[in-house]
Ligand binder design. Structure first.
Ligand code: GUN
Length: 293
């Protein structure tokens, strides 16, 4: 089994962005700028946003995090989004989810300019993906495509089974894998919570992508020998013996599945790091569009 190493792969992608960016800066262009809005105090969301900022700064981007109190009104949040939409010096905007219960996440997502929607959640970008047109693609599925490409894993004509139909991962993933292109061209099966005999489907998969948020769900007997297995799960499991109070567990039973898979992503150290690299790549694309390249 070959471990799909998110750390080295993400570093390579970031290095290539940095090289290209240094060339642009040497020519007198400004830096790319990613803005994030965080509403409330959710621990995991704070960690994600801080990590996006750290990675942005490390790459030489400008970063702005707008931290708003949990009781912020929808109107006030929309006003902040509009200010950023109108700011020509900001290239990308993400509003970290989940949002507090009093907010309509769909409404907020659609308020972000599609040109700055580096999360790829806007109807226009989702629609472009569904049509196979160029647009911003959600960072986790995009990062997984980059990982498959980095390891030269053939996808054309393969059977890809995706578990999970979220707008952030499962659905865009199923579209990317079925679209035509250098990476894609798969026959895709999309499984979800109402799928019956899920193991019947997963055992047919040449490429199995698991994004359902149930730690250890995929066991060895659900995997075809030699399959490529991509684990998107990152559930926090309480563990008093750790300083953080938790550890991260994927949706795949790593110890079992490593005996049957040909390629497997670890958790942590797999897809999570690719997500950040893909977000930085989307932001770089938005920036190049903005500076007229
Ligand atoms: N919450 C969980 N994943 C994501 C993501 O990719 N983007 C945003 N904005 N929020 C998230």
């Amino acid at each position: 089994m070959v471990l799909l190493d998110g750390k080295t792969t993400a570093e390579k992608i970031k290095d290539s962005i940095k090289l290209e960016l240094n060339g642009l800066i040497a020519k007198g262009h400004r830096k790319p700028h990613l803005a994030a809005i965080l509403v409330g105090e959710d621990g995991a969301s704070r960690t994600y946003v801080d990590s996006k900022e750290r990675n942005s700064l490390a790459l030489g981007y400008d970063s702005t995090i707008l931290r708003l109190p949990v009781n912020t009104s929808e109107v006030d949040l929309l006003a902040e989004i509009n200010k950023i939409n109108d700011n020509p010096l900001i290239d990308g905007l993400i509003v970290q989810s989940p949002l507090p219960a009093h907010m309509n996440e769909t409404l907020i997502t659609q308020a972000i300019s599609p040109l700055k929607d580096v999360d790829g959640f806007h109807y226009i970008n989702m629609g472009k993906l569904a049509r196979g047109d160029k647009g911003f693609v959600s960072a986790t599925p995009l990062g997984i495509m980059m990982m498959l490409e980095a390891y030269n894993i053939p996808t054309s004509g393969k059977h890809c089974v995706v578990i999970g139909r979220s707008n952030i991962v499962g659905r865009p993933m199923s579209l990317l894998m079925s679209n035509s292109g250098p990476y894609g061209n798969c026959t895709v099966t999309l499984c979800h919570s109402k799928t019956v005999h899920i193991e019947h489907h997963t055992r047919q998969a040449d490429i199995l992508i698991v994004a359902l948020g149930k730690p250890g769900f995929v066991k060895a007997n659900m995997v075809k020998p030699g399959a490529v297995v991509i684990d998107v799960g990152i559930t926090r499991v309480d563990d008093a013996s750790r300083k953080s109070g938790f550890y991260l567990k994927g949706d795949v039973d790593f110890e079992e599945v490593k005996e049957v898979a040909s390629y497997l992503t670890p958790v942590p150290g797999g897809v999570g790091l690719m997500t950040i690299a893909a977000l930085l790549s989307n932001t770089f694309t938005a920036y190049k569009n903005n500076i007229g390249l």
